[in-house]
Design a protein around this ligand. Sequence first.
Ligand code: NAD
Length: 276
Amino acid sequence: MTVPNITLNNGVSIPQLGFGVWQVPAEDTEQVVLTALEVGYRSIDTAQAYHNEEGVGQALRASGLPREEVFITSKLWNEFHGYDDALRTFDESLRRLGVDYIDLFLIHWPVTPLDRYVEAWRALERVYSEGRARAIGVSNFNVDHLTRLFDETETVPALNQIELHPEFIQTELREFHAKHGIATEAWSPLGQGRGLLDRPELAQIGAKYGKTPAQVTLRWHLQLGNIVIPKSVTPSRIRENFQVFDFTLDEEDMARINALDSGRRLGPDPATFIGF
Ligand code: NAD
């Protein structure tokens, strides 16, 4: 199966389907990521705060894949928004991953009450200009945060990674991204495997195609144009989540899934979250 690429606003390509490792224990990360690479995933989403960047790097080396075939994302943690802290911890991420460049580096949260994300962004612009990050972006930014970066800095983020799943479909923010050339990446694309995957609508739609609720949900994302990074530590599910390129949801299915939107977040609100 071939995963389509999305071209970011600086010409760099990112696979539309990747693999997330939040809450994968450090000691399991190498094996879990190796399984994902064997299945065919070529994009891994980690973060300083996940404490498993080392395991991602170990899996990359153990896979024998050339560095340039695997797209690696990591994220600046919230307490490092000062310019110097951001540069220092970026270097630490590279060291933990065992790489000399990263494909995509994100500001993990705006940490709105701290109000230093513009300063952090300037540090990311620097590592980008040095070629040590092939692309830079943000996560959990809303329209106000993005507008401030447009007004006060030189570089439009390549991507915004946001909570996005059928129960929280983020129509306004996705449209804003599209207007400004920012790719939309969905975190918790399966709704964290909580209530979403038990919705009967997803099982009913899946029955039409011989697909599971998780596969239907990922397909919905792909057809909306979202980049997705589902997480699992279970090999059969890691494989299942990759088998999403051999069917197409029709317009009626897409509308039924859109109707699951409740407007409720699973995660914190970017307007207030501090996180440290
Ligand atoms: P997810 O929506 O990917 O759900 C993962 C959970 O769903 C698994 O733990 C498992 O319980 C279940 N699951 C997975 N595959 C399944 C299947 N085929 N059938 C049934 N159940 C299945 O949740 P997530 O891990 O929160 O999000 C994915 C990734 O997004 C993370 O690993 C991380 O990389 C990223 N993320 C980023 C942020 C951020 O602030 N930027 C926040 C949360 C997550």
